[in-house]
Structure formats: C-alpha cells, structure tokens
Design a protein around this ligand. Sequence first.
Ligand code: 4NP
Length: 159
Amino acid sequence: MSKPASVLFVCLGNICRSPTAEGVFRKLVEQAGLQDHILIDSCGTSNWHIGKGPDLRSQEAAGKRGVDISTLKARQFTEKDLDAFNYVVVMDRQNLADVKDIWHQNGGTTPALFLEYGRSELAEVPDPYFGGEDGFEHVLDLIEDAGADLLRTIQESMA
Ligand code: 4NP
C-alpha cells in the first residue's frame, strides 16, 4: 500500500454535515484497518462557527450510531486545502460553487459532490440545521452509504 490518501469533507458551517462525515468515515477507515494510511478532516466554507464543536443534534445522532464527534472543532476552508487533500468532498451544490471559486484561482484537487459516491438518487446531502431530528438521521444514512463507497474507491486506488 504505497500511495497515502487524504480526504476533506466540506459543508457550510462545519458543525452538522461535514463533522458527521468526518466521524463516520473515520470509523469506517478504522474498521478497515487503514487509519495509518488515510488522513481525514472536515471544514466549512463559512467562518460562522470557527472553533465551535458540532451541533448537539449532530453529536447525539452520531453518538447513537457509535460515532463520537464531540471533540471536533469547526474551521474554515482555505485554498491550501486544495493542495493538502487528494479528495475534497462537498455536501451540496452551493459548497461546490464556493470551493470551485477558490479552485479556479488556486488549482489543486478538483472538488466533488459526496453523493457522487454511494447509491442515493439525491445529488446533495441536505442541510439539517433548520429542520427537525429526522434530518439528522437522514444525513447519517446518506453519509454512511456514500462513505462506504468512497472508502472502496480509495482502497482500489491504493491497490
Ligand atoms: P452544516 O449546517 O453546513 O451542515 O454545518 C449548517 C450549520 C449552521 C448554519 C447553516 C448550516 N448556519 O446558518 O449557521
């Protein structure tokens, strides 16, 4: 296994979807025994919640599935991330447009929608912030499915 991989999950606030994706994906990577070969992080396109922990509703929903995201802290996406990570995976089309603005100026890794992976017919992981508890469960379902497929893709690229 020669080529190391690095994955950055991006959403708007870095307090709901992308920290959930970071936690779920880290668990999948650990289960596959690849924690020394795949670097994982998350961030937000906005500066709104820098330094804050994940939304308590995300922490609770992830915790019920055995994923602890309580120690994560929000940070903002920067152009350096496009050089540092070889998978830059975003949650929705607005995230994609925001990251692509920077990508056009900087170059580096081409950002992709997370739900290009997995079996969902949705293109975007919906923002659960202003909705009810169901939204957080739906986000987890989508992330678990897409995360498993992303990991398979990375494993194939490392082989
Ligand atoms: P996230 O969700 O992008 O999944 O972290 C949001 C978090 C906060 C806000 C919007 C979306 N907000 O408006 O503060």
